[in-house]
Ligand binder design. Structure first.
Ligand code: PMP
Length: 461
């Protein structure tokens, strides 16, 4: 067959894609009818599609391209590593230089006693590791009945059987027999959507106390761990009320269960610190990492665990691992990504300059008639669309209708914003400039205007 190129006609690219390529989280027929948008190249925060449009990527790909597109250093490191040692495994008493350096660097960056890394190629794989790791940890400690992991409805931890079960996406649980046994879910701290008449502070405490209730219901001797994202990402950038995490910490300490912070989105500068756990003042026993670890230039993830957990797990043979655990090329690229983040002081710049500016501009969207609230932490934020701000009312249509209309308008205006239900999300590359933030907000406002007109025409306002 003749391979197509980025310069091939869009219709041909779309037709070949539709014929053979199955897309994640996509209605296949819907996509075939419409034709996929073909992204051909990217630079900084800008994507180019096969029609030559320049699109502002306010999602950093899938929350991962923290450094922005087109960093030659990362490509150079990958090429060098491929020539020196393209692959070797880390099983059976072998190691290699990129993996050992990366593990040590992560131990240096991670807070507290999180000094040991088990590598994977994605966030899903890393959370599967965590599932087996915490259960093995308790078994080795002589408490094999501690098996149940508690997580949250509408949390996202990945798409594999294990990580999809840990997550609380009901649409995912409906397919393929999830969740697996030994996982329990509590409600999310989404005050806008579910807070009712409570103040955010009351609501934050109430939702945290569900953890305590769940531990008691399961039996404290059976509770192994609680897993959560410091700030829920895929669930809609749900920023918990300030009372939430302190109460969770109290409960976790009181019942002696492990705390897993899923930092796949929050890690590596996204919230204005190296890790979301620092921003939210959480002291986890395990952190899940991926995405921003390599800015998405290579698939890599992992679990960073405490000295205590490592000591217990290293006391046995942990029968777990992936061919690509600590892949040399991915590790080398991740190390280079971390070097750039550090040397260019990108996390500090986010905290002191970029995030405050984005917050100010993003929150100005609440002046739009369609926008109820804007919540933002560092470089991840969302706005809630509503027909009635005062009542925090949902739309009369099925949830997600207004979000989808708005996302389509954004797309038409060359802005990638994602919708989760009727929340619109941003999570741009950390290197976005103030001028580009202005463009983002202008395009978002314009798209909201157009969505408002469309919703009105459909009788939904
Ligand atoms: N955890 C979180 C918090 C995530 O946001 C994601 C991906 N969006 C994952 C885990 C899964 O990561 P991956 O898609 O790399 O498997």
């Amino acid at each position: 067959m003749t391979l197509l190129t980025p310069n091939s006609p869009t219709a041909e690219l779309q037709a070949l894609d539709a014929a053979h390529h199955m897309h994640p989280f996509t209605h296949g027929q819907g996509l075939r009818d419409k034709g996929a948008r073909v992204i051909t190249r990217a630079e900084g925060v800008w994507l180019t599609d096969s029609e030559g449009n320049r699109i502002l990527d306010a999602m950093a790909g899938l929350w991962c391209v923290n450094l922005g597109y087109g960093r030659r250093e990362l490509a150079d490191v990958a090429a060098r590593q491929m020539m020196e040692l393209p692959f070797y495994n880390t099983f059976f008493q072998t190691t290699h230089v990129p993996a050992l350096n990366l593990a040590a660097k992560l131990a240096e960056l991670a807070p507290g006693d999180l000094n040991h890394v088990f590598f994977a190629s994605s966030g899903s794989e890393a959370n599967d590791t965590n599932l087996r790791l915490v259960r093995t940890y308790w078994a080795e400690k002589g408490q094999p009945e501690r098996q149940v992991i508690i997580s949250r409805w509408n949390g996202y931890h990945g798409s594999s059987v294990g990580s999809g079960s840990l997550g609380g996406m009901k649409g995912m649980h409906a397919q393929g027999g999830l969740p697996i046994p030994g996982i329990a879910h509590i409600d999310q701290p989404d005050w806008w959507g579910e807070g009712g008449e409570m103040t955010p502070e009351e609501f934050g405490r109430a939702r945290a106390r569900q953890l305590e209730e769940k531990i008691r219901e399961i039996g404290p001797e059976k509770a192994a761990a609680f897993i959560a994202e410091p700030v829920q990402g895929a669930g809609g950038v749900i920023v918990p009320p300030e009372t939430y995490w302190p109460e969770i910490r109290r409960i976790v300490d009181e019942y002696g269960i492990l705390l897993i912070a899923d930092e796949v989105i929050c890690g590596f500068g996204r919230t204005g610190n190296w890790f979301g756990s620092q921003t939210m003042d959480i002291r986890p026993d395990i952190m899940t990492i991926a995405k921003g670890l390599s800015s998405g230039y290579q698939p890599i993830g992992g679990s960073i665990v405490s000295d205590e957990i490592a000591a217990v797990i290293n006391g046995t043979e942990f029968n777990h691992g992936y061919t690509y655990s600590g892949h040399p090329v991915a590790s080398a690229v991740a190390l280079e990504n971390l070097r750039i983040l550090e040397e260019e002081q990108i996390v500090e710049t986010v905290r002191t300059r970029t995030a405050p500016y984005l917050k100010e501009r993003f929150e100005s969207l609440t002046a739009h008639p369609l926008v109820g609230e804007a919540r933002i932490v560092g470089m991840m934020g969302s706005i809630a669309l509503t027909p009635d701000k005062a009542r925090r009312a949902p739309f009369a249509a099925e949830a997600g209708t207004a979000g989808l209309i708005t996302r389509e308008r954004c797309f038409a205006n060359n802005l990638v914003m994602r919708h989760v239900g009727d929340r619109m999300i941003v999570s741009p590359p950390l290197v976005i400039s103030q001028g580009e933030i202005d463009t983002l907000i202008e395009r978002a406002w314009q798209s909201l205007d157009e969505a408002q007109a469309e919703l009105a025409a459909q009788g939904l306002l």
